[in-house]
Design a binder for this molecule. Structure first.
Ligand code: MN
Ligand code: MN
Length: 310
């Protein structure tokens, strides 16, 4: 793994790719939220004057967002990242209860939106203190998948720790084998990119081979919040488009859970191109407070990686 103490190009690469992933996720969230729950046909009609495509971070949507504002996808990531940083600082590293408490604090802070499965899991934790619910069919949403980026960053270099922390944070609200498989599968793809591998399409095909539910060729065309639909859409978009902007536009213009498919495409495509490769016009529109918090968190989380980049 590249060492951040070395000021050579490799050092820049890890930091740049990690920042590209996190900022890319926020860009996808802010851009996609405008067309969340719309159909591709409705989007094409609404944006007929822009070639039938939604292209700009302008806010609005069913949540009536300000331009550049993000939703639960980004703010739950920030909550998880905060809990991981707090654990290190307080000598309680990787403690799941800190993560659960961070999700409670996030929810009490009246987030702009909160998925039903997330809400149910947080309420269960408040009621009985359990860190995971029983495995159940209705937990197959993408809510645990969308927020796992900080766990993948902080545990770089330690695969067993990555699996343990990822599944622990996920099962606080989502306990489902396909959610677990998606969390670990996309997390490993992200980690591969951060460590300098350049084989995203190969990794996507390997994930689909290991979990046939995620097969995305031919693309079934569904982009809902069901974790299978989400993973298929994300893999399809990052494999069919090398360019960040092209992959992102392909994802969000499918509508439906557009902020979440956008966020996950942004995470993978952003790690692939690095922060320096992100479209400036989108980066500029992102809420500056979110951009600053992501930058600060990325550096703090990378410092926990093994071997410590110091
Ligand atoms: Mn959202
Ligand atoms: Mn969503």
């Amino acid at each position: 793994m590249p060492d951040l103490t070395d000021h050579g190009t490799e050092a820049c690469t890890l930091k740049d790719r990690a920042l590209g992933a996190y900022l890319g996720l926020a860009i996808g969230d802010a851009l996609g939220a405008t067309v969340e729950f719309m159909t591709p046909r409705e989007i094409a009609q609404r944006y007929a004057s822009q070639g039938g495509m939604h292209r700009h971070i302008v806010g609005g949507g069913w949540l009536k967002l300000a331009p550049g504002q993000v939703t639960d996808d980004t703010t739950m990531c920030l909550a998880l990242g905060k809990a991981l940083i707090q654990g290190q600082r307080e000598g309680r590293p990787w403690e799941t209860r800190l993560i659960a408490d961070a999700y409670v604090a996030w929810w009490r802070g009246k987030p702009v939106d909160c998925g039903n499965t997330c809400r149910r899991g947080i309420q269960r934790y408040l009621r009985d203190g359990t860190l995971a619910g029983p495995q159940q069919e209705s937990d197959g949403g993408n809510g645990a998948l969308m927020r796992n980026l900080p766990a993948a960053l902080a545990t770089l270099g330690d695969e067993a720790l990555f699996e343990r922390v990822s599944l622990a944070q996920a099962r606080i609200t989502h306990h489902h084998p396909l959610s677990d498989a998606a969390v670990l599968g996309l997390g490993r793809m992200l980690r591969g990119l951060l460590e300098g591998e350049n084989n995203l399409s190969e990794q996507a095909l390997a994930l689909a081979a290991a979990h046939p539910a995620f097969r995305f060729q031919p693309y079934p065309g569904r982009a809902s919040g069901y974790v299978v639909d989400t993973v298929q859409t994300v893999l399809h978009c990052v494999c069919s488009h090398q360019d960040f902007e092209d992959a992102m536009l392909a994802a969000v213009n499918r509508g439906d859970d557009a902020d979440t498919t956008g966020a996950l495409v942004g995470m993978l495509a952003g790690a692939r191109c690095g922060a320096t490769g992100l479209p400036r016009h989108w980066l500029k529109r992102l809420d500056p407070a979110v951009r600053a918090e992501i930058t600060e968190q990325t550096l703090a989380l990378l410092a926990f990686a093994t071997p410590s980049p110091s």
